[in-house]
Ligand binder design. Structure first.
Ligand SMILES: Cc1cc2nc3c(=O)[nH]c(=O)nc-3n(C[C@H](O)[C@H](O)[C@H](O)COP(=O)(O)O)c2cc1C
Length: 184
């Protein structure tokens, strides 16, 4: 049996879940909850799809429409949290991140990977979140200029694993992700 006191292995298992989320749409980490703070200081959370997870860069990426309220929130405060619960592993993954909003030529490669059927997610008229007169009183034209990649540079990772003996650890970029066990 593996050593439960192995911090590096604990962190590695969390990255495996994140990377599985990118590769497998049925994996729990495919759809994290993404939380921001509105310009008024109100917490906002929503489901997103995990599009990239790079352990070497310490970042994850999400795709979104540039005119959604989450982008307005990030322009005012670029900090965001992501939350994933992996039931089979009894593991909670929480990431605290600083977000860069990428657009234009910086997202050419990402846009090229977006399937044609999914491109309508970027360009809804009127803007997402505005009131409409009828349930279907909106259009979904493709608008390449509205496509944004949210590059979330991870500052802090908090892992909790439930078990006969719970495990919890924190990892920060500033110490090279060495990690510290925490009381669960
Ligand atoms: C399963 C699922 C996946 C979603 N994936 C994304 C996504 O990858 N990017 C995104 O911007 N919104 C995604 N959404 C929609 C968001 O949850 C949200 O409704 C929308 O982005 C507007 O959020 P905002 O008003 O807080 O900006 C998804 C919703 C669901 C239910």
């Amino acid at each position: 049996m593996s050593d439960p006191n192995d911090l590096a292995a604990f962190l590695a298992s969390a990255w495996q879940h994140l990377q599985r989320g990118v590769a497998d749409r049925r994996a729990p980490a495919r759809y994290p909850t993404f939380a921001t703070v509105s310009p008024d200081g109100v917490p906002e959370a929503r489901t997103v799809a995990l599009r990239r997870a790079s352990r070497s860069e310490g970042c994850v990426e999400i795709h979104t429409d540039l005119v959604t309220p989450k982008v307005t929130a990030l322009r005012a405060s670029p900090r965001a949290a992501l939350h994933v619960w992996v039931p089979r592993a009894d593991m909670q993954i929480r990431l605290t991140t600083t977000v860069t909003i990428l657009t234009g030529t910086h997202v050419d490669d990402a846009w090229a990977q977006v399937p044609a059927a999914s491109r309508v997610s970027y360009g809804t008229v009127p803007d997402p979140g505005l009131p409409i007169d009828h349930v279907y009183a909106y259009d979904k034209p493709v608008d390449r200029t509205r496509f944004a990649v949210l590059r979330c540079a991870i500052d802090h990772i908090d892992l909790v694993e439930l078990g006969a003996r719970h495990r919890r650890a924190a990892f920060v970029r500033t110490d090279g992700w060495a990690g510290t066990w925490l009381a669960p």
